[in-house]
Design a protein around this ligand. Structure first.
Ligand SMILES: *Cc1c(COP(=O)(O)O)cnc(C)c1O
Length: 460
């Protein structure tokens, strides 16, 4: 018996011990340090020549890797917008590995059709019309890249150039955005359009939302033959929402592609009070969002929707004779960046089946309520300043100290091991962000966080 066969022979036992480790990690995550600030490394070692088998490898993992893991799946990790993982999503992710489907082409598995169903459910979750087609991606960045590539293709066709076929040649394309996420700039770099090829649109006063009057001026003034507007449904710091209806009307009038980045802000549509903020999104040409953030599925899983699947197909289509499998179902490799694809739809499918629309609506509302609670506490605390009213799940604040001291203060906060927050910039000044996006976070956690902040109140 070789090592693979030996492992297979004891698979039940191995799987039980891995499952035990997973469940223990999930159960104890609230008690372990929320983040590993010293960026640990595994002990230096060369590639093993002879393997030790899975049981021994698991012991090595517990010894060499596990102690350095972040507690980001736990309740008090408020950095970035990381989300957590629900039990259904975690279990589904295990099953994805066990069945290891290549969710690329229909013809030998149900997995492509299951992804299309998951996308249809997501569309319903977000109250989007069914003229949107979609694909799951590796994240919001990949979804923004697809949006930029589709916009680029559209803008090329407007000037008689099929960029996917013939390259950029001399296409004339300009991008417009007010507060783009860093991943949109990355998308412009990757798309060969250039990070600097972004016309900055002004923001509304004290806000990260687009000033649509300025957008109109800039669209009117440009001589570019192809135009793409990247709008925000929830900016990463101020959670600002562009006025999408007005932006969409301007895009139609000036013949511009409209891509909306709603990585986590799209989930605002789950709560009735907040749905009007994304009014007009149904007119977007493409939308990017994330499932590994607020849907609480494990990394990695992003969402891309477009009303122009033909353009997406032009950008992503794979022409190779050996791939020509006949089937009525859509080929997903022709909709995304990768050809071979993980069955990342299953955690989405299982989560939506397990918890339903109501479950996620509650999750979103719970996190928003918690953010509001923290914001309220900060507003009343003498040593802190709330930088902008909290309307969704992100709280932006700073201790009342000098700009240069903020980094050190944040380090001290995160060193408590009880909570983890990340830096941000608000109106040009350093600030601290606390983002709530995990089903595990309880109201008691918020109380504990306020207590920790209280002990770190700067001297007045
Ligand atoms: C997180 C985020 C992204 C990037 O998404 P990834 O999943 O990290 O690739 C893009 N836009 C916004 C607004 C985000 O919050």
């Amino acid at each position: 018996m070789n090592l693979f066969e030996k492992d297979l022979a004891s698979l039940n036992q191995l799987a039980k011990s891995a499952a035990d480790w997973c469940c223990d990690f999930q159960r104890d995550v609230g008690g372990r340090p929320v983040a590993q600030l010293d960026s640990p490394h595994p002990p230096a070692a060369n590639l093993p020549n002879l393997g030790v088998g899975s049981a021994a490898a698991m012991e090595r993992f517990k010894q060499d890797i596990a102690p350095g893991l972040s507690g980001s799946v736990g309740p008090r990790y408020l950095g970035f917008v990381v989300g957590g993982t629900t039990p259904a999503a975690m279990l589904a992710d295990w099953m994805v590995s066990a069945c290891d489907q290549n969710t690329a082409l229909p013809g030998d598995s149900i997995s492509c059709a299951a992804e299309l169903q998951a996308l249809d459910w997501l569309r319903q979750l977000f109250h989007l019309p069914d003229l949107f087609d979609g694909v799951l991606t590796t994240g919001g960045t990949a979804s923004n890249i697809l949006g930029v590539l589709c916009g680029r293709q559209h803008a090329g066709l407007q000037q008689g150039i099929d960029i996917a076929r013939d390259g950029l040649t001399c296409a004339d394309i300009k991008f417009f955005s007010a507060t783009p996420h860093a991943s949109t700039l990355k998308a412009l770099a990757i798309a060969g359009l250039g990070r600097n090829n972004l016309t900055s649109v002004a923001c509304m006063q004290d806000s990260e939302a687009m000033d649509t009057l300025d957008l109109e001026l800039k669209l009117k003034a440009t001589k570019a033959k192809g135009k793409v507007v990247v709008a925000s449904a929830g900016t990463v710091t101020g959670t600002a929402f562009d006025d999408l209806r007005t932006v969409a009307e301007l895009c139609r009038r000036y013949d511009a592609w409209l891509h909306v980045d709603g990585a986590f802000g799209l989930f605002g549509r789950l709560s009735e009070d907040r749905r009007p903020w994304t009014d007009g999104i149904e007119l977007a040409d493409s939308i990017a969002s994330d499932a590994h953030k607020w849907l609480n599925v494990p990394y990695d899983c992003g969402i891309f929707f477009t009303r122009h699947p033909t353009l997406l197909h032009q950008v992503c289509s794979v022409a190779a004779p050996y791939l020509d499998v006949n089937s009525a179902t859509t080929s997903l490799m022709d909709r995304g960046i990768e050809n071979s694809r993980r069955f990342r739809a299953l955690p989405v499918w299982m989560s939506l089946m397990a918890y339903g629309r109501e479950g996620f609506k509650e999750l979103v509302e719970q996190n928003c309520r918690q953010a509001e609670r923290l914001a309220l506490w900060l507003e009343q605390a003498a040593g802190y300043k709330l930088m902008t009213p909290c309307n969704l799940n992100v709280v932006v604040f700073r201790p009342r100290i000098d700009d240069e001291e903020i980094g050190k203060w944040l380090q001290a906060l995160n060193s408590t091991g009880q909570v983890f927050m990340t830096p941000g910039i608000w109106q040009g000044r350093p600030a601290i962000r606390a983002a709530f996006s995990n089903w595990r976070t309880t109201d008691e956690d918020v109380v504990l966080i306020c207590q920790i902040l209280d002990t770190l109140t700067p001297e007045q």
